[in-house]
Design a protein around this ligand. Structure first.
Ligand SMILES: C[S@@+](CC[C@H](N)C(=O)[O-])C[C@H]1O[C@@H](n2cnc3c(N)ncnc32)[C@H](O)[C@@H]1O
Length: 250
């Protein structure tokens, strides 16, 4: 359950674009939107994103549709997105319980889905997506990992901003191969001009579900044509990442 968000999305949210800036999302946003369009019977004009965070993906795909609604549990993350995507609608809400009473051509959930750690949470998310798809509308879910393809990893990076800079070490691992969760640990080194450099440790607990769990839950909540699609991206080794696409019956 997402009881407490990591520091990256709470007191450190304002640093997020120095961890991962919007310009790095162009290729993947294009792939996600094309996957939605491929599964749609007509070109999507309205998109709801659940867990849209800082709006990095949206800053690219918004050009291809008429209206984008961006939702997230973290007001601090949505504040970043509002600066980046002022023409989009922003609403604070939990992807498991949000009910806007409106229908969209497409519902998109990117890496925020990783913060759901139980199958019950995942089912609730899918019910939210189903409740907001118009008949014939498409839902796309892009988790960072699925159980069959999970590999531990380390990474590092960061960027310079105006009067400040951030570098990070990222370590993704799993205590037991049978676990239904994994952990991504971060150490951030934060520099702001005129202040002592500081470091912060941040632990992200994430859910890990199998391909059949994903497909079964999608069918259970009422979606049809549910399928796993391999992710195609210049920085993703082929066969290491999958996303899930499904359609609401007409
Ligand atoms: C890595 S960020 C998303 C970044 C986003 N993909 C982008 O393009 O900028 C993950 C987000 O998931 C959000 N999140 C985690 N649990 C959530 C929940 N239950 N409902 C809505 N958002 C949630 C966090 O607040 C955070 O903003």
């Amino acid at each position: 359950m997402t009881e407490q968000l990591p520091r990256m999305y709470t007191d450190l949210a304002d640093w997020f674009h120095l961890v991962t800036p919007p310009e790095e999302y162009a290729e993947e946003a294009d792939f996600y939107f094309s996957a939605i369009a491929d599964a749609s019977t007509a070109p999507p004009r309205t998109v709801l994103e659940l867990g849209a965070g800082a709006g990095n993906n949206a800053s690219h795909y918004k050009r291809r549709v008429e209206q984008v609604t961006l939702t997230d549990l973290s007001p601090g993350m949505l504040a970043l997105s509002e600066r980046l995507n002022p023409e989009c609608e922003h609403i604070v809400g939990d992807m498991r319980t949000l009910r806007l009473g409106r229908l969209f051509d497409a519902v998109f959930v990117h890496d925020a889905v990783c913060y759901l750690t139980t199958l019950d949470d995942l089912r609730q998310l899918m019910q939210t997506a189903f409740a907001h798809c118009r008949p014939g509308g498409v839902a796309l879910f892009a988790p960072d990992h699925i159980r069959e393809l999970f590999q531990p990893s380390t990474d590092s990076g960061g960027h310079d901003g105006s009067g400040r800079a951030l570098r990070y070490l990222e370590w993704t691992w799993q205590a037991q191969p049978s676990d239904s969760t994994y952990v991504t640990e971060y150490v951030y080194v934060l520099h702001a001009d005129g202040q002592p450099t500081r470091s912060v440790y941040d632990r992200h607990l994430c859910g890990l579900f199998g391909r059949e769990d994903w497909l079964r839950l999608l069918r259970d909540v009422g979606f049809v044509d549910a399928r796993a699609r391999p992710m195609v991206h210049s920085e993703v080794p082929p066969g290491t990442l999958e996303l899930f696409v499904a359609r609401k019956p007409c």
